[in-house]
Design a protein around this ligand. Structure first.
Ligand code: HQG
Length: 181
């Protein structure tokens, strides 16, 4: 993805996850916005966005962060919101093990309270170790925690999976985490 597209993609993350008011739009309760409305609002605020560019961003985004509605008329972020949206994801049975990448400096606090959702709507978990490392790296020296997701599900904790394959849950208590010393 070239620089211009990456910039537009970051702008989309901002308005579709965190601050739609920045360009005067409102998302529906499931986080969707009409593509034509989004493009017009972006253009009014000096962001050169058009439909082909939007389609390219959705197709090429490295984490598949955005998705079109089945009728192709609306777009939303697949996960990672800080504003209130209900993605209406179905609960799904997770694999036995999931991974959470974080920074070493957070471990002491995580040992006290387990994994919390912080400013997001869920705790984000990955099914592969490599993804977890790169998620953790965003915060500092990375460390990967192993989550006993299968045991959590058996104990009644609910999991769902976003359109881009991120596993989501509300809280991971310490007893389901392997935390390195
Ligand atoms: C940490 C990216 C102290 C948690 C990624 C994480 C992901 C605690 C940070 C998505 C804690 C929150 C989400 C506790 C959790 N004490 N720290 N009790 N519980 N934390 O960014 O999981 O690029 O909100 O370990 O790929 O890093 O945005 O969550 O380090 O899917 O598309 O608090 O964001 O995707 O950080 O990342 P974040 P995350 P995008």
């Amino acid at each position: 993805m070239n620089n211009q597209l990456t910039k537009q993609s970051k702008f989309l993350s901002l308005v579709l996850r965190h601050k739609p008011s920045k360009i005067g739009i409102t998302l529906d309760p499931q986080g969707w916005i009409d593509i034509a409305t989004l493009i017009a609002a972006a253009q009014r605020h000096g962001i050169a966005l058009n439909e082909p560019t939007l389609r390219q961003i959705v197709a090429e985004n490295n984490k598949q962060r955005f998705a079109f509605s089945p009728d192709g008329l609306r777009i939303r972020a697949s996960q990672g919101h800080s504003i209130a949206v209900d993605l209406a994801l179905e609960p799904e049975t997770p694999p036995e093990i999931l991974y959470h990448g974080t920074a070493i400096r957070f471990l002491e606090s995580i040992r006290q309270t387990g994994l919390e959702k912080r400013s997001r709507h869920h705790v984000h978990l990955s099914s592969d170790y490599t993804t977890a490392i790169s998620v953790g790296q965003r915060h500092g020296k990375p460390v990967v925690l192993v989550v006993q997701a299968g045991s959590m599900a058996t104990a009644g904790f609910s999991f769902s999976r976003s359109a881009n394959g991120v596993w989501l849950t509300d809280h991971v208590p310490v007893e389901y985490l392997a935390i390195p010393e």
